[in-house]
Design a protein around this ligand. Sequence first.
Ligand code: ATP
Ligand code: LTN
Length: 329
Amino acid sequence: MSDKKRIFSGIQPSGNLHIGNYLGAISNWIKLQDEFDSIFCVVDSHAITVPQDPETLRKKTLEIAKIYLAAGIDPKKSSIFIQSHVPEHAELMWILNTLVKMSELEKMTQFKDKAQNGNSESVAVGLFDYPVLMAADILLYGTEIVPVGEDQKQHVELARDLAKRFNHKFGETFIIPKAFIKEEGMRVMGLDDPTKKMSKSAASEYNYISLTDDVETVKRKIKKAVTDSGSEIIYADEKPALKNLINIYASFSGKSPKEIRTLYVGKGYGDFKTDLAQVINSFLTPFQEKLNAISDEDVREILRAGAEKVKPIAKAKLEEVKKKVGFIL
Ligand code: ATP
Ligand code: LTN
């Protein structure tokens, strides 16, 4: 491809993408795609680690790709593809599975959260193995940088460890990847509970603002968002709910938290929330117009071309790996 450094990232086509996914991940990718050789994946194989309705999964897979495009991922600069279109991911995962220890996977916080604090009785083996598939995604493409939200740092660390372990055992094969986490707006918290991250699998829709929420829904959700005691607009760790709302305001308006605080001196939560909904909507309305203008046919074609472009890279790396472990090719 080119001599630019490679970045790789992905999002699961499960649930509704929210402003946390946008601010923590996608918005970051847009800027990076000029500087790096970029690959963005819709990770459908990861999505089925928890039960999915097949029709919804198909619809969401195309929707995530459309969201990438509407947000500004340019298919001329970046490759966009569906994970299951490149079976090398699953093959490499199997080989990496033989290098990872049960105890390493048991430590993963995402697994612990999703398996209700380690209650592994009722969850699929695929959910346990999720980080190894993610490591395969990353390592197959000689990825140097993995732009993700802070919650994924532990998974990228595992990919690094597995790359080093493989290299040590079988000789230099994988590039050691690094997580890239944006400082500001990196962790958007739930609107109904500022102690937990905004999440598309949250029980209540009042936890998140979806990228497809309409103007009225945004107003309603922001109005219902929890705030801290007091009435002043203050940016402080002791006021986590307000801090989160100010961070969201700052990310979408380009203003600093300090400027926002000054704007609302002498004003109350009501004024602040009305403006916050407006700030979010002035991002979402044009974004949704772009999103709705992309047809299923167009996005399918982009995804097909994306898979064609990345397949040779994945194939070559997997072949190298198979040779090193002693498979006959
Ligand atoms: P779920 O809660 O269902 O596991 P999710 O909302 O965390 O899903 P993912 O598909 O796991 O979404 O994450 C996609 C990307 O968005 C990842 O890079 C992740 O770090 C980032 N991300 C997810 N939630 C947030 C958040 N609240 N704030 C910032 N970034 C986030
Ligand atoms: N687990 C990631 C999604 C993901 C990913 C990847 C991110 C799957 N494979 C490879 C970066 C690189 C998440 O965001 N939940």
